[in-house]
Design a protein around this ligand. Structure first.
Ligand SMILES: Nc1ncnc2c1ncn2[C@@H]1O[C@H](COP(=O)(O)OP(=O)(O)O)[C@@H](O)[C@H]1O
Ligand SMILES: Nc1ccn([C@@H]2O[C@H](COP(=O)(O)OP(=O)(O)O)[C@@H](O)[C@H]2O)c(=O)n1
Length: 228
């Protein structure tokens, strides 16, 4: 079976990484969560005083972007990759509401995107990769053999994220999450560089009424059609 590249894009919190991780694990592909990379840059910016409230010191971040090293290592307990920022495991920290509320403005910056896209393309140059994000099918891997664009209603997406945070024992407010999901969708769709949009050749999946199992089955079917 030939190795292919799989790009999964779409709106915030709709289940992209859940299905991408499951597929990658079962077919032995590398899985890369590109959103985790933008979240890691955001965490670095918060921890290093690059934010003054909501204002970003872009000149400083531009100078320091070369010092931000992001990598992924398999967590043997969860069987899934954890995100490392300059050698430190930040998997939990990058999922906080503070990072969620600041990540989309960071992701509008052209020099941040340039640095992340270069790393993502290098990770995928041997194919056999599933990457999820916002611009994977349009910018990172425009030649990907399988492109999926996922969507669901904002309320369902916020509920899924809320349930996830609650299950982890984290404080969460449904209204705050819904607001964040809508705000990020707006910024992601309206930024100048690589805005979130469906690639023309991407398959659309609205998973509002699908279970995790159903969407996984659907994705496997698409994979089997293309990778023969
Ligand atoms: N079809 C689904 N039905 C219910 N919950 C789902 C579904 N797909 C994913 N989830 C859950 O929704 C949350 C967000 O999914 P995730 O894969 O992190 O989304 P994304 O990568 O698009 O942000 C997770 O807690 C996940 O377990
Ligand atoms: N390829 C990507 C991936 C994420 N992002 C940005 O990073 C944010 C967080 O991405 P994510 O995939 O972790 O978001 P969730 O949907 O998982 O909450 C998005 O809202 C985008 O602003 C991006 O600009 N390009």
């Amino acid at each position: 079976m030939k190795k292919i590249t799989i790009a999964i894009d779409g709106f915030s919190s709709c289940g992209k990484s859940t299905m991408a991780k499951d597929l990658a694990r079962e077919v032995g592909y590398i899985y890369i969560d590109s959103g985790a990379m933008y979240r890691a840059v955001t965490l670095y910016s918060i921890e290093n005083g690059i934010f003054d409230g909501d204002v970003i010191d872009t000149e400083r971040l531009k100078k320091e972007i070369k010092d931000i090293h992001i990598s992924f290592r398999l967590n043997k307990e969860t069987g899934r990759p954890d995100t490392y920022l300059n050698g430190v495991n930040v998997e939990n920290k990058i999922r906080s509401m503070e990072v969620s509320s600041k990540v989309s403005p960071i992701s509008t910056l052209d020099f941040v995107r340039e640095a992340m896209v270069a790393q993502q393309q290098a990770m995928g140059n041997e194919k056999g990769i599933v990457m999820d994000g916002r611009d994977i099918g349009t910018t990172v891997f425009p030649d990907a053999e399988l492109k999926i664009f996922v969507t669901a209603t904002p309320e369902i997406r916020a509920q899924r994220r809320y349930d996830e945070l609650k299950a982890k024992g984290q404080e969460a407010s449904f209204d705050e999450i819904l607001e964040n999901v809508k705000q990020r969708d707006y910024i992601d769709q309206n930024r100048e560089v690589s805005p979130l949009r469906k690639a023309e050749d991407a398959l659309l999946l609205d998973n509002t009424d699908l279970s995790i199992e159903e969407q996984k089955k659907w994705l496997f079917e698409q994979f089997n059609k293309v990778s023969k």
